[in-house]
Design a protein around this ligand. Structure first.
Ligand code: MG
Length: 282
């Protein structure tokens, strides 16, 4: 199953994608794809419906919002692709590097990225994003983690390298500007995608910058969910950016940072493509 939220920002309605171009609203059954509804069996309720009996709408007639209502947590894994760790000059980590970004950075997959005043080092990071389906705490094993994953979507973990690296302290500084986390277009549920060897890529103005596979992950998705649950409770609707492969703007010599005016496209085979225009704050 493939689930989405359609409508204007912060008034999106929950829907199920039923074809390449069509969706069915389910807002008469559940309030939203949010924590409360997911904890209350939203997926099972919608799976039990006869969707063919419902009116279809054209996806293109709506804005695609973040496919999960604003998560309480946006958790990120750093330096989690072997080739990306090498391009940054870092030693591959022995344990996952974890940081967080402000949840209100999350916008829809076609929404603009707004570069803050004076930023010269805004960077792109294509990532496969895990959406948690039910509360997870102190899981016994990575295998166990699979039972807590709702599904997968595409995340663009936009990063301002000056604030992330040159201003001392935690990476959260470079990660939390408004609009710095386009997510979408929809969530492919875990029963419909094997995430362990899928191609993910990112282009800027059509030039391919990142092109890799989740097979290069140092800590795989089940490892990450299990690991996080050892020191925090993952809640339904939380999202996890699992790390980005090589080819970020910082990894080029000279660096290739979007400054405003570019189009950033991010894709994962089996999920789709998101696309953001980079604009300057004014
Ligand atoms: Mg990242």
């Amino acid at each position: 199953m493939c689930i989405a939220r359609l409508g204007v920002f912060e008034s999106e309605k929950p829907a199920v994608i039923v074809s390449d171009t069509e969706a069915v609203f389910v807002d008469d059954i559940i309030q939203d794809w949010n924590r409360a509804e997911l904890e209350n069996g939203a997926i099972e309720k919608i799976k039990a419906l006869d969707l063919s009996a419902r009116p279809r709408v054209k996806i293109a007639d709506y804005r695609l919002g973040s496919p999960v209502a604003r998560p309480t947590k946006v958790i990120c894994v750093g330096l989690n692709y072997l080739q990306h760790a090498k391009e940054t000059g870092a030693t591959p980590p022995e344990e996952p590097i974890i940081f967080m970004k402000a949840p209100d950075t999350v916008v829809g997959g076609f929404d603009d990225i707004i570069v803050p005043p004076g930023s010269l080092k805004t960077d792109y990071e294509a990532e496969i994003c895990v959406v948690i389906g039910k509360n997870a705490l102190y899981l016994k094993s990575p295998e166990d983690a699979q039972n807590y994953i709702l599904g997968y979507t595409i995340s663009q973990d936009v990063s301002e390298r000056h604030w992330q690296i040159e201003r001392s302290g935690q990476w959260v500084k470079g990660k939390s500007f408004p609009t710095y986390n386009p997510v979408g277009l929809w969530i492919v549920t875990a029963d419909s995608l094997n995430p362990h060897d899928v191609r993910l890529w990112c282009s800027v103005n059509g030039e391919m910058r990142q092109d890799s596979s989740t097979s290069d992950l140092i800590f795989d998705i089940n490892d990450i969910v299990w690991y996080l649950s050892q020191f925090m409770e993952l809640k339904a609707g939380d999202i996890i950016n699992t790390g980005t492969p090589q080819g970020v703007g910082m990894g080029h010599n000279p660096t290739k940072y979007p400054l405003g005016g570019e189009v950033v496209e991010t894709g994962i085979v089996g999920i789709g493509t998101i696309k953001s225009h980079v604009k300057n704050f004014r």
